[in-house]
Write a protein that binds this ligand. Structure first.
Ligand code: ATP
Ligand code: MG
Length: 408
């Protein structure tokens, strides 16, 4: 099938009332940005709650893959289009029926040889008559085209309730015909929901948490706590690659790489080892909040999931959470099972990178029996042992952080 266009649908944005224009403009911007990286040329327009992408010399698979990375798009319908004739007229009903017959025959070649005795395929024709000057009503058009299809293909049978094939015909400036729907990612266009800072490790969870948050229209910056020489350059590269996956949806991610070695060593030397992870996590959160405030972000995002590991029991989360004082901490995976997280990780292409076996700064110093029910007052008391020196180390880590602009 030689597709010429895509009709893109969106639903949640359509509900936005007065702000609808703002969301639609953001959506168009994201669609154009994704398409600008594809071969071919595209014209993106927007009418009546749909986005219409007309393309020339494009690669179908590449273009669909790009459109599937636009948050806000719920459905991608590849379409063929027919222009008006020289007098500005749309095809008459017989010409339209002929177009429908050849379109379905090409899309489902088996129809051409199928007989009434084979298992029949159900279908329905649905016409949208946007050009109200078209001489037949939508229902008349549906009925006429439906009849012509039944005559042409004995393997077809009408089912108006749950058809296998829904042939849609739009009579607009031009005629659009389509019957396939590819699922879009849904969500809200990037940039319509403010900004958040994602704590991005090299693991499976945090990239998924970032993806889900970005899908709500949130622009992300990321922070990675690096502990050289205990964590290698390859571990850092892995985090950059994961940031790149998120950037393939959002356009770009600013990645802050914070050298955490001295802080981690000092906590290790000073505090009880079974509390090490919790205290380390508190310092990560403090630093991340500072980065977020500097970036004028509206929240932090982590990949924590209730009860997944010792540092993510509800008691541990209370203790980790209390050091973040000004911003909300979003934990989109709080209620997800590991398997559900892995499925998303695989779907976005992160899983292979996340499971590369490079060391993680949290696991290197991890205690054999970490506390699973830390008490805030005890942890606070042990943190006091760190005295002012920890503030100096935190300041040095902030001053020395590396900022990498990761692009799609
Ligand atoms: P992940 O799979 O995301 O690494 P995890 O199950 O290994 O998560 P933890 O190591 O306890 O869990 O980390 C919990 C969360 O803390 C992570 O999801 C991430 O948001 C953040 N985090 C942990 N380590 C780092 C790090 N080195 N740099 C940045 N963020 C981190
Ligand atoms: Mg981890």
């Amino acid at each position: 099938m030689q597709y010429k266009a895509f009709i893109l649908k969106y639903t949640e944005i359509a509900l936005k009332g007065k702000n609808r224009g703002f969301f639609e403009q953001a959506l168009l911007k994201q669609i154009r940005r994704q398409l600008s990286a594809c071969a071919g040329s595209f014209q993106v327009t927007h009418t009546g709650g749909r986005v219409y992408v007309a393309g020339e010399e494009f690669d179908f698979d590449e273009t669909v893959a790009a459109l599937k990375r636009v948050f806000g798009v719920t459905a991608i319908c590849p379409a063929v289009t027919f222009q008006r004739d020289g007098n500005g007229k749309l095809p008459d009903i017989d010409a339209l029926s002929a177009l429908a017959v050849s379109f379905l025959g090409e899309l489902y070649p088996s129809l051409q040889t199928q007989t009434e005795d084979d298992t029949q395929r159900t279908f329905k024709v649905k016409c949208r008559r946007v050009d109200k000057t078209y001489p037949l009503t939508s229902m008349e058009t549906d009925a006429h085209i439906g009849e012509q299809l039944l005559t042409a293909y004995p393997g077809l049978k009408v089912d108006v309730h749950r058809p296998e094939i829904l042939l849609q015909i739009e009579l607009r400036e031009q005629v659009n015909i389509y019957a396939e729907t590819i699922k879009g990612p849904g969500g809200m266009p990037v940039g319509t929901s403010g900004k958040a800072v994602l704590l991005l490790s090299g693991g499976i969870d945090s990239p998924v948490a970032g993806y889900l948050t970005a899908k709500r229209g949130v622009q992300l910056e990321a922070v990675y706590f690096h502990a050289p020489p205990y964590t290698s350059e390859r571990a850092k590269q892995k985090v950059k690659d994961l940031a790149k996956i998120i950037a393939s949806y959002t356009g770009g991610v600013r990645l802050h790489v914070v050298n955490f070695t001295d802080i981690q060593m000092y906590i290790y030397e000073t505090c009880p080892h079974d509390e090490l992870t919790v205290i380390m996590r508190r310092y990560m959160m403090r630093i991340a909040e500072q980065i977020a405030l500097d970036a004028e972000a509206h929240g932090l995002v982590t990949g924590e999931s209730i009860a997944q590991v010792a540092s993510q029991t509800m008691q541990a989360l209370v203790v980790t959470n209390e050091v973040v004082t000004q911003l909300p901490v979003y934990r989109p995976l709080a209620a997800f099972d590991k398997q559900e997280i892995i499925e998303i990780s695989e779907a976005i292409g992160a899983f292979e990178i996340s499971t590369l076996p490079y060391e993680d700064c949290c696991t290197i110093f991890v205690a054999k029996h970490p506390v699973t029910r830390p008490r805030a007052e005890v942890i606070r008391k042990h943190e006091e042992l760190l005295s002012e020196k920890i503030d100096t180390l935190v300041r040095e880590a902030m001053d020395g952080k590396e900022v990498i602009e990761v692009t799609a």
